[in-house]
Design a protein around this ligand. Sequence first.
Ligand SMILES: Nc1ncnc2c1ncn2[C@@H]1O[C@H](COP(=O)(O)OP(=O)(O)OP(=O)(O)O)[C@@H](O)[C@H]1O
Length: 404
Amino acid sequence: MSDSDDLFVRTDPIFVNKELLEISHVPDEGRIVGRDDEISQLASAVNPAIFGQSPSNVLIYGKTGTGKSLCAKYVSSRLVDTAEEEGTDATYVYVDCAQDSTETQTVQTIASSVNTDETDIYIPDKGISTATYYKRLWRILDEKYDVVLIILDEIDKLEDDAILMQLSRAGEAGKLTNCKVGVVGISNKIQYKDRMDERVKSSLCEREFVFPPYNATQLNDIMAARSDAFRSGVLEEGVIPRAAALAAREHGDARKAIDILRYAGEIAQSTGADTVREDFVVQARERAEVDRFRELIRGSTPHSKYVLQALTVLSLEQKSDDLDTPEQGFRTTRIYEVYEQICRQEGVDTLSLRRVRDLLKEHAFLDVIEQSRHSGGSAEGSYTEHMLLEDPEVVKNVLADSIE
Ligand SMILES: Nc1ncnc2c1ncn2[C@@H]1O[C@H](COP(=O)(O)OP(=O)(O)OP(=O)(O)O)[C@@H](O)[C@H]1O
């Protein structure tokens, strides 16, 4: 190969602006599709903040990829701009509680995000007590801001309610004299609230919103708004409608839809195809599904994983026993028996049957499993059966990676 030969391809034949398909990419207003009502309701809940008054605390629920984080960030950043026009110093902080799950990590992240060069306050990464982080946080807020919105994404991953208690009572407890605090909690665990301390619950859940999954038309529009990620003419016509139809049928998850589109482009790239073809979508979907599931499992508690593992063991047994009969569900008590064995092997105490039932409900809400009610006749009463919606082999592998 002579020096003048190019070892690398200098132009990407498929993508021209791939960042548009990265999950962290925040689309501008015109590109947020189908969330007008949710955005205006959220805005009305936090509206008092633009005059430096207390915003309502908000809890947003919804399945993954329904735009919760996106809308919370979008409304918060618009609020900061509008507040400025009104002469109010507002700011917002975004905390991913899956990363910062302890009280100290969370308060450290909030304090370092709101801190500016203009204060003489130092927020070290570590080495000071939680109480000192709080003291510094309150000082920064009172010195610099009239109001702060704190977005706690995946709020259910917090180890305990301690920080919520502090944030929700900062004003009353006299910790803050000037600055008002609003908390926007985000969760995909519909039962999260039941676990909260009563006092925290009453102050943090002033307004609640549930974001529904997207339908095929909305997913189509979400992807179409990003089609300029591809070079002109590269994306074949049927790709977006096909990806939208698949993603809508399964979960209505925008993240998955965008992943499918990106993977379809990558398949074109790696196979040297000139265009992104509709038949790449099926393969891209499989990859996106494994990713989605891995992501769902990533932050789950060990017991939530054991419960899923129990159902997977049963599903795999069933598959090898009865290759021809259609799949059936398993009753909660049967799953509980296997769960108990798994706990024994892991050397951990079991949770109650009731808690296991709740964990199964959480998996059902996120479409990992499906539940159905059955009537066992007068002697037995009714009971619930659970069926894995994901491929048990995939679940097994992902769980094996995540349970060390
Ligand atoms: N209405 C929308 N219009 C445009 N893009 C969207 C829309 N909703 C979601 N997206 C995009 O889909 C991806 C996932 O959205 P987001 O992170 O807001 O979902 P989420 O509901 O917070 O999910 P999770 O619970 O998994 O965090 C992001 O890249 C986001 O930009």
